[in-house]
Write a protein that binds this ligand. Structure first.
Ligand code: DGJ
Length: 402
């Protein structure tokens, strides 16, 4: 049965007596099967996740409302932050804010309420019903002891402003105080571009870009080395985003920039409340959205999607030895049917969760429902690793029989 919530995998071995009763040929086959099966599994039982694509209810029986979300593990609990959506297409604008849920086991969720409320002041950047507030992520700053939330913010509600919002709280569940919204790293050049590209655009070049009418989707004439130069003044665009705190406590904001054509990885300041000015461009002209990053055995891995609006597309995977690159694309990490691979199991990445105290990571994704935003569903897949240590995504072992 698909999405049957069967993410618990049990390894079974035959006993010595059972083996003795088999003839040699069958015995050999059984041993090979058991060895292969055991090698394909991570050590220990996997975390028991909720059934993909079904209604995930909180402790009150209400569908969890935390879309485009991310999870912070703090003081023994998981805190899931995501976009609170309302019914209908209106739900694609922010009417409520960022919802928070908590859990000790990633299966039973307590409603912790709205962590960040939109504002009733129509002049506010986060005015109720007038802005788009997407993909909130929260990190904890051990030095300041503050919880810091960043999110993608479209002030006009029409995907034109490509800003980032930041909010801060003393308590993990909030209330978060909205500080400001901004374009990113105004007046800083990317660290990984050649000197001759560190030049402002001429007015005719700015006009040329405007005439291309870049809409955030793939464009065959995408001017791959121009948009960041246009935005040197005014700051870099940032849409789909995630946050990552490295082992040394440095935090990074990873976002779709330059009209969605190019990803940026930007270092945050020590208090995580602004950017340090250090940033790199990666995969210019490849149109990545939905970045979700993790680190395993000293290597960085980045999942992302292509840019097809709310419709799902094929996931992409990349890796790097250092967070600021060089990054290398590894292709589509999905294994399954053609449809599953081409649509990332009908979902789009939002975050990778490291399971506490386990050598286990979970790929978190959204199955968007733009015509009735509140009905968006969640797809969480335990990440598997091949013999070379490359991550991949499959539902197969979780859902036998299909
Ligand atoms: C895809 C993005 O990943 C979503 O967060 C949202 O911005 C939609 N595009 C809007 O079309």
């Amino acid at each position: 049965m698909r999405n049957g919530g069967r993410n618990v995998v049990k390894t079974s071995f035959l006993t010595y007596n059972e083996l003795n009763y088999m003839n040699t040929k069958i015995k050999m086959k059984a041993i090979i099967f058991c060895l292969c099966f055991a090698c394909a599994l991570p050590l220990g039982a996997q975390t028991n996740l909720l059934p993909n694509g079904e209604i995930w209810s909180d402790e009150n029986g209400v569908h969890i409302n935390a879309h485009g979300g991310g999870i912070l593990f703090h003081d023994g609990r998981y805190y899931w932050f995501g976009e609170h959506k309302i019914e209908g297409t209106a739900g694609n604008l922010a009417h409520v804010g960022v919802h928070c849920y908590s859990s000790s086991d990633l299966r039973n969720w307590t409603d912790e309420g709205i962590a960040l409320h939109v504002s009733d002041n129509p002049e506010s950047d986060i005015a109720r019903g007038r802005c788009i507030l997407e993909r909130p992520k929260v990190i904890y700053n051990a030095q300041t002891k503050k919880f810091v939330m960043w999110f993608h913010l479209e002030v006009g509600g029409n995907y034109q402003s490509a800003r980032s919002g930041v909010a801060v709280a003393d308590c993990v569940t909030g209330p978060y105080q909205f500080l400001r919204s901004m374009r990113i790293n105004e007046g800083f050049w990317p660290m990984n571009v050649a000197g001759h590209l560190k030049e402002l655009l001429r007015p005719d070049e700015v006009e040329y870009i405007a005439e291309l009418r870049l809409t955030g989707g793939f464009h065959p004439d995408y001017p791959r080395d121009m948009v960041f130069r246009r935005d040197f003044i005014g700051g870099q665009m940032a849409r789909d985003m995630t946050l990552f705190v490295d082992d040394d406590g440095k935090a990074y904001h990873i976002y779709s920039s330059e009209e969605n054509g190019t990803l940026h990885i930007a270092e945050l300041a020590d208090d995580y409340l602004s950017h340090s000015g250090a940033f790199v461009r990666i995969f210019p002209g490849r149109f990545h959205e939905a970045p979700a990053i993790f680190k395993k055995d000293g290597k960085y891995f980045l999942f992302a999607s292509g840019c097809t609006g709310w419709a799902p597309n094929a996931a992409r995977l990349a890796t790097a030895e250092r967070i600021m690159g060089e990054w290398t694309e590894l292709g589509n990490p999905c294994r399954g049917s053609k449809e599953e691979c081409e649509t990332t199991f009908r979902a789009q990445s939002t975050f990778v969760l490291k399971v506490h105290d386990k050598d286990e990571w979970i790929f978190m994704a959204d199955r968007w429902c733009p015509n009735n935003a509140i009905d968006g569903r969640y797809v969480w897949i335990p990440i598997r690793f091949d013999a070379a240590g490359t991550p991949y995504l499959t539902l197969e072992e979780n859902e036998p029989g299909e």
